[in-house]
Design a protein around this ligand. Structure first.
Ligand SMILES: [Zn+2]
Length: 168
């Protein structure tokens, strides 16, 4: 399958991947309710696959996850979505390879949403051919796009955020 290369693409650029803030993850591991009033409790995974938004790794069978409602936006507008996300219940290191896409997500179908400075959806890219890194770079090469959200291909849930690295 040929890679789609948009006219704005001007070669590799650097980006920074941001996972869920550790303070938020820690709060959801210990609180009884999430900010939207949902009960919180750890669930032992009976099959692998659910993605932790803090370490950006898919849980293995037997690991415990907490599910809660989360909105990855700070601007109030009609695009501000709230949705379900998981974190490891028993702690995990925050994703640290910030200049690379997480391995558990980079080579499988994914949805990339480019947002403008007002946190409105400017462009969406559905990636099914493993070209996620290139598509992230293409979206971030567009000056009308401020940041990118990665979302689950099948469930639509928020996964992580990608910003362009500011050049010195
Ligand atoms: Zn984790």
């Amino acid at each position: 399958m040929a890679l789609k290369v948009g006219p704005a693409y001007a070669g590799p650029m650097s980006f920074i991947v941001t996972s869920l803030d550790t303070a938020v993850a820690d709060e959801m591991r210990t609180a009884s309710l999430d900010p939207y009033g949902n009960d919180l409790h750890a669930e032992t995974q009976t099959k692998p696959g659910n993605p932790c938004r803090h370490c950006l790794r898919r849980a293995k069978e037997g690991e415990r996850l907490v599910l809660f409602s989360y909105s990855p936006f700070d601007a109030r507008n009609p695009y501000k979505e709230v949705g379900p996300v998981f974190v490891h219940a028993d702690g995990c290191p925050r994703y640290a390879k910030n200049d690379r896409l997480p391995e558990d997500f980079s080579n499988r179908p994914i949805v990339l949403r480019g947002y403008d400075a007002e946190q409105r959806i400017a462009e969406v890219s559905v990636v099914v051919d493993g070209s996620t890194e290139r598509r992230v770079e293409e979206l971030l090469a567009d000056p009308g796009i401020e940041f990118v959200h990665a979302r689950s291909f099948t469930h639509g849930c928020y996964l992580f955020r990608v910003d362009r690295t500011v050049s010195p």
